[in-house]
Design a protein around this ligand. Sequence first.
Ligand code: NAD
Length: 319
Amino acid sequence: MLIVPEALIADLVSAEDAFAAVEATFAAMARGEAYNFPVVREALGGDRQYGFKSGLDRAGGMLGVKAGGYFPGNLARGMTNHQSTVYLFDPETGRPVAMVGGNLLTALRTAAASAISIDRLARKDAKVLGMVGAGHQAAFQLRAAARVRRFEKVIGWNYHADMLPKLGEVAADLGLPFEAVTLDRMVEADVIVTITSSPAASLMSAHVSPGTHLACMGTDTKGKQEVEPSLLARARLFTDEVAQSVTIGEAQHAIAAGLIREAAITPIGAVIAGMTPGRQSAEEITLFDGTGVGLQDLAVAGAAVRRAEARGLGVSVTI
Ligand code: NAD
């Protein structure tokens, strides 16, 4: 098997590679050629979470698992809070094929999912990007969003206001003006990305204007919540994986409150594969509930392995 260490990933997989790989995987899921296995996620105590996301992509010839989690004390140790590794197996024989550092890949595949939703669902004339959240993932989200629309301005809100200047630096790097705002100013945004680890809604329905596209990316576990459930009832809903959206995604709260039905949520892959229309009017609110699926991880890890093999990089071992 090939070991592709974390340190090689930045040179092997670009944001564009991640976008293409994740888009192909979402479409394969919609066509029934790829499916995710149930997620295992356990609380380890002290706010630490660990879990396994896995799946099989028949079209892409990939079977595998991402083992990883969230360790909020890591930043103080000079490490990122997310720690993960992706393992790929031959779907015919079960033999291990690769072990790939998954930290940067997680950020790339998560930002790719949100950018795909913006590309497919936001109004073409979107000018103002609203960012709710300013942690590790937020920078990747902002860069990926800026690739798919010609934004003229970024407005940002974060629970910990002192983190916003760093996000402002990312906007400046992209040549975009940045303004820290109160949540009610999010009505000015055409696209809103939420990427926090919040346990309760920050963004309320009154903070969102008609015609907005939202990519809600932070809620990936039971008990997390970023937006008011009634906002979901106002929106056309899309997700990566419906089963995850209603159990561990943002939709878990609107479902529990009886505000929406599972049948109202469309997999984004169906839009990509041309099976369902995306946005249908300039006034409707579209909301993508990005929960993060194992197949996204396998897709970007597969891209990393193919590049590493082509360039003779990585460490080959026999197991
Ligand atoms: P981080 O620790 O770097 O940042 C956390 C963010 O949440 C910061 O903006 C922080 O201010 C905010 N926050 C913390 N407590 C809050 C509260 N009580 N109310 C409101 N905001 C609060 O984490 P990160 O790596 O940027 O990840 C952010 C979230 O995204 C996490 O919940 C993580 O699990 C999730 N995530 C989702 C996916 C996916 O595929 N959907 C992938 C990776 C990460």
